[in-house]
Design a protein around this ligand. Structure first.
Ligand code: AAO
Length: 511
């Protein structure tokens, strides 16, 4: 009896750490600013077949329409109500997307902006994505409704009413983040309104949430909201499933607030991951890939079973948030593919792949002054994601997740799931290799000279297709082949000038 109670307690508290992806699918994907209609068809035509576990979508709730600058991406982080209409689509389109993605086993995670409403400085009126009236100066959001009582104006102790010092935990949580009206999450009324919004989404069929700006909410307030949430919709999830939770907390060290304060609620974004991996791949500060041997907790990261990891996110790919200049993005495609390849091959954390749009960058004094530019659009209406004959995307959608190297490493991660980190090799510099049990093996050459040697792969003998330079098509390989001998070894050679200086093979790429 005691044992049973213990087991069920473990079952319950583990639930919010589980992304509820279909068996054999591991990585999740952020389709930043995509329209619901495009996500629905992408689930069906691509993501399910390629083994993606789920999609983080941009905030689906009504936001302030900002026209100066013109329709920035960040207007979606300025809520006006919890009605489901945005540039990505309306409620019907949202429901249709969730149903169609779930039906092919691809989960939807909502970016939940619950710490605040829009900026105090926005003009009163109906400049909002569903056309609802709001008056931020008077704290009026009748479409929720929220009023003056529901904000932290009295609780915040700074002179400006905004966050002035990140070393003071109370002001980080009680004051305004960049002028955004801070909700009084200690109030049961506010908690209830937020939980109603999240439950509405859960009942539609979403599998979980990214909690935006979690650092700016007290962990206990988040818990009180989570305690009000329904179990997931039993049309697609087992009875009693709890929503997957990952909290956006930027903890690079050196501030009052620590990621660990949030572990009880769910997973937490590990921002050190992308910042450090970018530094290593760029070979800055004397870093080398050889040092990646103890990547993960060995680098001072949070426990793997609490971490949500990524190479870049929608903020730090354009200089917002944190991580700095080391962050790798699609703009540095060669290094980016290596970094994403490393992340997907390595067992640490739940991995999130980024999928972006292109914008016209313009640097002044090292800062991109166009960091606000919204998704590809016609007079504000987000453009469709079109697909080119070569399977890449058009209309300025980058679709990193469709790049062969990245898409094939998602399959690698699925095949390696649950297998130990094995057969590490390095040359003391930037040539490294490792395997995942007897299922998968990867070799990198980020040095300025060629790699050519025999390595133990741990794989059964046979001919394998390198999934970085090509694809296994039928019984054939469109890229280079790797011959594993009876003793598990294979010869590898990688030129330092190769466009993709890495090779990956796995049980599924055996010819
Ligand atoms: C927009 C305008 C503002 C305007 C405001 C209101 O840009 O000028 O004042 O409207 O009118 C997004 C955009 C914002 C935008 C906002 C609302 O990024 O520019 O403001 O929508 O439209 C902090 C938070 C973190 C947040 C990040 C951007 O902690 O939660 O800022 N990310 C999320 C979303 C993001 C969104 C919001 C939250 C708001 O992902 O898209 O904002 O909903 C330190 C702290 C971090 C802090 C950063 C930046 O980081 O640690 O917690 O992030 O500063 O303020 C080194 C340090 C590192 C430090 C970093 C930068 O790397 O190691 O710790 O330097 O100083």
């Amino acid at each position: 009896m005691k044992f049973f109670l213990l087991l069920s307690a473990v079952g319950v508290c583990w639930a919010q750490y589980n992304p509820h992806t279909r068996q054999g699918r591991t990585a999740i994907l952020h389709l930043f600013e995509w329209r619901w209609a495009d996500i629905a068809v992408e689930c069906e035509r691509y993501l399910a077949r390629k083994g993606f576990g789920g999609v983080q979508v941009s905030p689906p709730n009504e936001n302030a329409v900002i026209t100066n600058p013109y329709r920035p991406w960040w207007e979606r982080y300025q809520p006006v109500s919890y009605k489901l209409c945005t540039r990505s689509g309306n409620e019907d389109e949202f429901r249709n997307m969730v149903t169609r993605c779930n039906n092919v086993g691809v989960r939807i995670y909502v970016d939940a902006v619950i710490n605040h409403m829009c900026a105090e400085s926005n003009a009163p009126g109906t400049s909002s994505t569903c056309g609802n009236y709001y008056n931020p100066q008077n704290r009026e959001f009748p479409a929720v409704p929220y009023s003056g009582w529901d904000f932290n104006d009295a609780k915040c102790k700074t002179g400006s009413g905004g966050i002035e010092n990140y070393n003071d935990a109370a002001q980080v949580r009680d004051c305004r983040l960049t002028g955004l009206l801070d909700l009084a999450l200690e109030k049961d009324y506010v908690r209830t309104k937020i939980a109603e919004y999240m439950n509405y989404l859960i009942d539609i069929g979403v599998a979980g949430f990214r909690l935006d700006a979690s650092k700016h909410m007290w962990p206990g307030d988040i818990k009180a909201i989570l305690d009000k949430l329904n179990n997931l919709n039993t049309n697609w999830f087992p009875e009693g499933s709890r929503p997957f939770i990952f909290q956006e907390v930027i903890d690079l060290g050196g501030e009052a607030i620590k990621s660990s304060e949030y572990f009880g609620n769910g997973r937490v974004t590990e921002f050190k991951y992308g910042a450090k991996l970018g530094t290593v791949i760029r070979k800055w500060n004397g870093e080398k890939m050889a040092y990646l041997k103890n990547w993960g907790e060995g680098w001072g990261f949070m426990p793997s079973d609490r971490a949500l990891v990524f190479v870049d996110n929608h903020d730090n790919q354009r200089g917002h948030g944190a991580g700095g200049a080391s962050i790798l993005t699609f703009w540095d495609a060669r290094m980016y593919k290596m970094a994403v390849g490393f992340m997907l091959a390595h067992p640490y954390g739940i991995a999130r792949v980024m999928s972006s749009y292109r914008w016209e960058r313009h640097f002044e004094n090292g800062k991109d002054v166009n960091d606000w530019i919204g998704p590809p659009n016609n007079n504000g209406a987000t453009k469709e994601v079109t697909i080119n004959p070569d399977t890449t995307c058009g209309n300025d959608w980058v679709c990193e997740h469709r790049w062969r190297q990245i898409r094939n490493m998602v399959a690698f991660r699925n095949i390696a799931d649950g297998e130990p980190f094995t057969n590490w090799w390095d040359n003391g510099s930037n040539q490294v290799a490792f395997g995942r049990g007897n299922k998968a093996f990867i070799v990198f050459n980020n040095d300025d000279w060629s790699l050519s040697l025999t390595l133990q792969t741990g794989l059964p003998a046979g001919t394998y297709c390198d999934v970085i330079s090509g694809d296994k098509v039928g019984g054939d390989c469109t890229g280079s082949r790797v011959y594993v001998s009876d003793d598990g070894t294979a010869e590898f050679s990688i030129s330092n000038t190769a466009e993709d200086p890495f090779i990956a093979i796995h049980a599924g790429s055996k010819l």
